[in-house]
Every structure is written in C-alpha cells, then in structure tokens.
Design a protein around this ligand. Structure first.
Ligand code: FES
Length: 224
C-alpha cells in the first residue's frame, strides 16, 4: 500500500499552498509548479544562490536562510529573495604585490562602515560586522578565518546603508591572506597530479560510463 504523506499548509511567495512535510523551500516551490529561473545552484547549501526570508508560525522575527536547506513547516510564510546588485572590485590577484596593502583602494567604501550591524543577518551566522571591523583594523587573518563559511549570498550587502558588499570584501581578504601562506603539502601534491594529467585516463573512463555503470562505480568507491 502506498504510504500516505502528511501534508502541511503554508504560505509560499504570497500564496497559500499544501505540500508534503519534510520538503525544503526549493522542493516546495517545485512541488507547487513554480518556475524557478534563478535562485538555484548547487542544492547543497554551498553556492548561496537561494536565499529566503521566512516567518515561522507564531513567530515575530523574520529569519533568513538558504532555500535548499530550510525545511518548510506548518504555518510558515516564505519568500525567495532576489539577487542584490553590489559593486565588486576587479583585480588580478597574482599581479598584486601587496594585496592587503591596497584593500582601501579596492574597497574604499569599507572605511565608511560605522558598525551599525545591519549586516548581521547572515544565514550562516557569520558576525559580518565583526569581520568588517577586523578588516578596518587590519587584523586580516582573523577576519579571513571568520568569513570562511560565507556562501556569497549577498544578504549582508542588501542591508548595508553604506553600500558595502561584505561578501566581496571578505573574499578579497581571504584570497590575499591565502597568497601569504605556503600552499599545504597535500594540495601541492594534488596540483602536480593534475598538471601531469595523471588521472586523465581514469576521468576518460568515467565520462564514457553508462548511468548504471557510473552508479555501480560510485557505490563501490564510497564503500571502499
Ligand atoms: S542552491 Fe546553492 S546554496 Fe542553495
């Protein structure tokens, strides 16, 4: 006998809908026939394309999250957030002699930050205002560490009254700090393997596999 799914009622993009419980916001949108032309990338909580704002039943405070990760609930009210335009500096990191030394040229607006903390709405709970403060104080390595979980969703930028795009400032600092650190030994080894085309034969085999053979190959690889 087919298992009966429990249904929930909620509001999605301004419409009352009924969907099976346990779906993510993106799955609920698909389930109710919404055409999604934007806002979906990895479906794994990594790319940050799918930011949503939601209000749980009986709650007063709007929360933010990633549509591919937030699971819908009875009485929830959710909307997908649009892409927010932000200025991004253009640079060739390799050609910069002292990238951290020219942060103020790349992102001069950073120095207009007055620590209002409006940007602290990160779906990954990053203390964005704290990162900007560290950046202004030139405490770059802790700033880079703190921003490690950033998905580049840009929600913080949408709230900044000074038009700072913290996600791009954070990325610039991360890249700059990485330039100053030695490449880890295991990464060096992997890069050499890629350059020497060591695994090309193996990749070639994978590309020509049928779906079934590929599934079998993956299963065996995971099971060791
Ligand atoms: S689709 Fe990439 S984080 Fe949700």
């Amino acid at each position: 006998m087919k298992e009966q799914k429990t249904m929930i009622t909620m509001e999605l993009e301004g419409r009352k809908i009924r969907v099976p419980e346990g779906l993510t916001v993106i799955e609920a949108l698909w389930d109710t026939g919404h055409e999604l032309n934007r806002g979906i990338g990895c479906l794994s909580g990594l790319c940050g394309a799918c930011t949503v704002a939601f209000l749980e039943a009986g709650a007063q405070r709007v929360k933010f999250g990633l549509g591919c990760q937030v699971v819908v609930e009875e009485g929830m009210n959710v909307i997908m957030l649009p892409y927010f335009p932000s200025r991004v500096a253009r640079y060739d990191m390799k050609s910069l002699e002292d990238p951290l030394g020219v942060l103020s040229e790349m992102y001069p607006e950073l120095y207009s930050c007055n620590d209002c903390k409006a940007c602290n709405i990160c779906p990954e709970w990053i203390d964005v205002a704290g990162v900007m403060k560290k950046a202004k104080e030139e405490d770059f390595f802790p700033a880079a560490e703190r921003v490690m979980d950033c998905h580049m969703c840009g929600l913080c930028a949408s709230r900044c009254p000074k038009s700072i795009a913290p996600q791009f400032v954070g990325l610039y600092i991360q890249r700059s700090c990485a330039r100053q650190r030695p490449i880890p030994a295991n990464l060096q080894k992997r890069l050499k393997e890629v350059e020497s085309l060591k695994n090309d034969e193996e990749f070639g085999k994978i590309l020509t596999m049928s779906d079934e053979a590929l599934r079998d190959f993956c299963r065996k690889t995971v099971e060791g």
